[in-house]
Design a protein around this ligand. Sequence first.
Ligand SMILES: NC(=O)c1ccc[n+]([C@@H]2O[C@H](COP(=O)([O-])OP(=O)(O)OC[C@H]3O[C@@H](n4cnc5c(N)ncnc54)[C@H](O)[C@@H]3O)[C@@H](O)[C@H]2O)c1
Length: 337
Amino acid sequence: MAGLKAAVIGCGAIAQNCHLLGYQKSKACDLIAAVDPCEARRKEAEKIFGVPRTYSTAEALFENEQPDVVSICTPNRFHAAQAILALEHGCHVLCEKPLCLTLADARRIQKARDKAGTIFMTAFTHRLFRGNITAKKILDKGEIGKPFMIRVRFAHEGPQPGWAMSDWFYNPDLAGGGAMLDMGIHAIDLAHYYIGPITSISATIKTLVKKIRVEDNAVLLLEFEQNCLGYIEVGWTSKPGFAGVEIYGTEGTIIFDYLKGLSVLRGKTSPDGTVKTSWRVADKHPTQGGWEVEIDYFLRHVRKGIQPEASLEAGIQGLAVALAAYKSAQTGKRVKI
Ligand SMILES: NC(=O)c1ccc[n+]([C@@H]2O[C@H](COP(=O)([O-])OP(=O)(O)OC[C@H]3O[C@@H](n4cnc5c(N)ncnc54)[C@H](O)[C@@H]3O)[C@@H](O)[C@H]2O)c1
């Protein structure tokens, strides 16, 4: 017995690519059980990941097992109730993003976490890419001076077909939103990670291409507590294009292009058009990390008894901005956070 007992609720794409895989590989825990209402997913959990016991509901899991750590990998609508159930059973929780769908539910999770006194992580995977960790260190050391602008773009062709193993992503009741909530929440979290609190937002959120009931594209304009602006573009309709983060500072620029690498640019562009630039590759393997390291990162924090940076509070902060973006898009007004 390795110590911690782990269980996974929801055995679809993210569970199989990150959570079930991570717990199966980890020497710090035993993967004792998993939950999914779909029999095919339960069989996969058993056959591919060697899960000894599976259940069709979270309630049945807790009636029969006493896990120490639980991952919530279900459609967004179920996160709040399942996270609270796990906390009420004294578990440490790794909850997929978005944390939940309302701030009232977020506060209920917070209350349950405070009562349980356990570790809670929101699955903000992008914080765990080497490129973002390196870029944050470069920013904090002052290599690009004071940041005044951040741009984050995350876009792909959408969760279905190709990714999700069930059809909830395009169902507003289960998902709570579309590309803005799914991809935008990662981008908003990175904006917080790099620059700090966002004070106001205006957003345009549209369904431009897909025949679906949730949005497939969004553009957000951000103002930060520190003197900095930001813009975020996310979408579910993009053939390959730029994906990543650019941070512009008074002394230079950080560009983390997820396809091409992480670079720091310094130099001078003169009004006559002459450009003198020094270009430094800051990390040769910036997209290492992410899902590969997420479970170890979570378990390390559980063992040490320290709340991770990708905390419950980070999940709440991200959700508050995402909800404000929807409000802005609906009202056509800038929304204070
Ligand atoms: N961190 C990341 O990078 C990342 C990437 C993809 C998805 N996600 C998040 O992971 C979550 C799941 O997404 P996915 O892509 O794995 O979807 P998916 O459709 O592939 O898997 C969801 C699974 O949950 C199961 N399920 C549905 N209702 C359930 C319930 N009440 N109890 C238990 N299981 C239930 C479904 O049968 C399905 O197997 C979402 O919140 C999504 O936003 C995060």
